[in-house]
Design a protein around this ligand. Structure first.
Ligand code: NDP
Length: 313
């Protein structure tokens, strides 16, 4: 477990990617970051890459449009973590990752690959609604390619990113908590799981050379962060010292509203539906063929939702 790896992070300047770089450096791994020529003169990305370098990361040039450059980048490392976007470039995500799988196959030296998952376990979403199921279906296509190629993998199921869900008190279209009112999804009682994004990165990096997580799905389920929407709201009310006004959106009304939206909005709302109306994150037990991160790494002190909410005061 104390072993150090050479880790390449792809999508490193992204929302999760930058946290993965920091966690990898913090845990003492030799950290490589893919610098895509396509970022051009994006000064924010350039500055971020330079800050990674200052902290000890190696920048490696490589493009998804140049197979050889990817293979050469991969040859320098033994672990690859992909954190390319699943939100803005959804249709690209599958293509990029299939290209990456091809490059990993050719490089032949990768001991562990973590594809860009970090959400609901797609293997449990075979009955998901259209059109949002596309995200799960795409991730399953990537999984099949990885497994067919015999590439050792770990799939991280990170549940709900706290920044998106806790901040908005689990309401679609909200990212900051209101002191006045909240719309409950259904009765607001379905249990979900919320994880601070820095904790997702810390747990993810711990898995990369752990034999217990090889060819497994690792769920991140911090026990104190398994909460319903109502419970998240109650924690917020405790912090602000007052009750917020509550109304409720029935399942049927939610579906009707969803079906009236554009494609991208519907895809996003499908996730809210399965999490908050169906309880898809908590309606199963983790079997013997998977692992739970907090049990594997009890020394990581995760951020509790009650503490996460304090930043919004
Ligand atoms: P971002 O939208 O922040 O993008 C990540 C990075 O992908 C970008 O910074 C860029 O990195 C790279 N990228 C973007 N476009 C391209 C392209 N055309 N070609 C190649 N690379 C590109 O992603 P997130 O951090 O939000 O998402 C990461 C993962 O986390 C996804 O799998 C997503 O599904 C999941 N997720 C889960 C959530 C949850 O609540 N469970 C919430 C949000 C995301 P660079 O320029 O450095 O190469």
């Amino acid at each position: 477990m104390g072993l150090k790896s050479k880790v390449l992070i792809i999508g490193a300047t992204g929302y999760l990617g930058k946290r993965l770089v920091n966690a990898s450096l913090h845990q003492g791994h030799e950290t490589y970051v893919l610098r895509r020529p396509e970022i051009g003169v994006d000064i924010e990305k350039i500055q971020m890459l330079l800050s990674f370098k200052k902290q000890g990361a190696h920048l490696v040039t490589g493009s998804f449009s140049d197979h050889r450059s990817l293979v050469e980048a991969l040859k320098q490392v033994d672990v690859v973590i992909c954190a390319v976007s699943g939100v803005h470039i959804r249709s690209h995500q599958i293509l990029l990752q299939l290209k990456l799988v091809d490059a990993i196959k050719e490089a032949g030296n990768i001991k562990r690959f973590l594809p860009s998952e970090f959400g609901t376990d797609p293997a449990r979403m075979a009955d998901a609604l259209e059109p949002g199921r596309v995200t799960f279906d795409d991730k399953m296509v990537v999984r099949k390619a990885i497994e067919d190629a015999g590439i050792p993998f770990t799939y991280v199921s990170a549940n709900c990113f706290a920044g998106y869900m806790v901040g908005g008190l689990c309401q679609p279209g909200h990212i900051l908590p209101s002191r006045e009112s909240v719309l409950l999804l259904g009765d607001g009682n379905k249990k979900s799981i919320f994880v601070d994004e820095d904790d997702i990165a810390a747990y993810t990096i711990r898995t990369i050379n752990d034999p217990r997580t090889c060819n497994k799905t690792v769920y991140i389920r911090p026990s104190e962060n398994i909460l319903s929407q109502r419970e998240v709201v109650e924690l917020w009310e405790k912090l602000i010292g007052k009750q917020v006004e509550k109304s409720s959106l029935s399942e049927q009304d939610f579906l009707n509203i969803m079906r009236g939206q554009g494609y991208a909005e519907q895809v996003g709302l499908t996730h809210y539906y399965h999490v908050f109306y169906e309880g898809c994150l908590t309606n199963f037990e983790i079997g013997d063929d998977a692992e739970e991160a907090c049990a594997l790494y009890p020394d990581i002190k995760y951020t509790k939702v009650a503490d996460y909410l304090k930043q919004y005061l």
